[in-house]
Design a protein around this ligand. Sequence first.
Ligand SMILES: O=C(O)CCC(=O)c1ccccc1C(=O)O
Ligand SMILES: [Mg+2]
Length: 350
Amino acid sequence: MRLREFAVDLETPLSTAKGDIERREGLLVAVDVAGETGVGEATPLPGWTESLADCRDALADLAEGDAVADANPESALEDGTLADAPAARHAVSLAVSDARARAADRPLAASLATDSHTSLPVNATLGDDGPEATVEAAETAVESGYDCLKLKVGARDPTDDVARLRAVREAVGPDVSLRADANAAWDRWTADRFLDSVEERDLDLDYLEQPLPADELDGHAVLRRLHDTPIALDESLAAVPPQRALASNAADVLVCKPMALGGPDRVRDLAARARDAGVDVVVTTTIDAVVARLGALHVAASLPGDRAHGLATASLLDSDLAVDPAPVREGRMRVPEAPGLGIDVSALFS
Ligand SMILES: O=C(O)CCC(=O)c1ccccc1C(=O)O
Ligand SMILES: [Mg+2]
């Protein structure tokens, strides 16, 4: 197993209710499995995953036990070694899946599901900003072909967030779908008030993502009963066993971050349970470099459903680890057709 550390800056910080994301640091992992080299990425994000230091330690421990890891890196996925390090587990799991798909000579998505999508709609991700800047960013996104926008809310008074959403709805018209992500900023009363005014003004939100703190499953379930606006859970899935979130009737949609859930295999397991419960799944990045974004794209493409995914985050970075084989065009991403992730490993480990 080989490791390579990396750091990439965001072009402009992504402003959320829980602070700005300015820089992403992580590790690339390469493993040899089934006669092929596969690559994975660990880009931890505290709040969703272990710290960078813990991630680095977990992967270094694995790489040092090289004899074991090389003989069977998959054992580390199942034996609990990486149980408390979802970003590290994500890197190893993605690298193993990439190698296996390359060995089968199929794109990763097609190796995971026979009826995988070849392209997917994605939402534009708009940070917290004043009303004019938010409208301008929304208009630019729609002009470039997006028909789904996700706005960060929760960093200002909810009345101001409603005004931002109203201005965006007026600017983009009724056919663009709008999502709002509060990143756990509100209490039940504030979320209730926000949803009342959104619904009074017919702003028609596709969903409200994580209005309440991560452990408040019952609170989200109450909001679902009181309002027509669908509720999505994100932070909750990293904080409580995802099965509990499903069992609590707390969500219409699960926002699945492969990095936070511990790998593409974990997303697929959870998506199957969600499907049985009639809950939709949207896959998003954690603002990752090209390897993890491609992993998220392939796993999203392997799932049924036609909701836009939160994968359009490459443009937030000011540099990357390699040329992106899946740029966003007209609000969609095409799944690379080359084997595995569709990226050249030698370009990443030179
Ligand atoms: O979903 C998207 O559009 C992009 C991903 C995103 O918003 C995000 C990125 C990093 C950390 C948290 C989040 C989030 O969904 O809250
Ligand atoms: Mg979110």
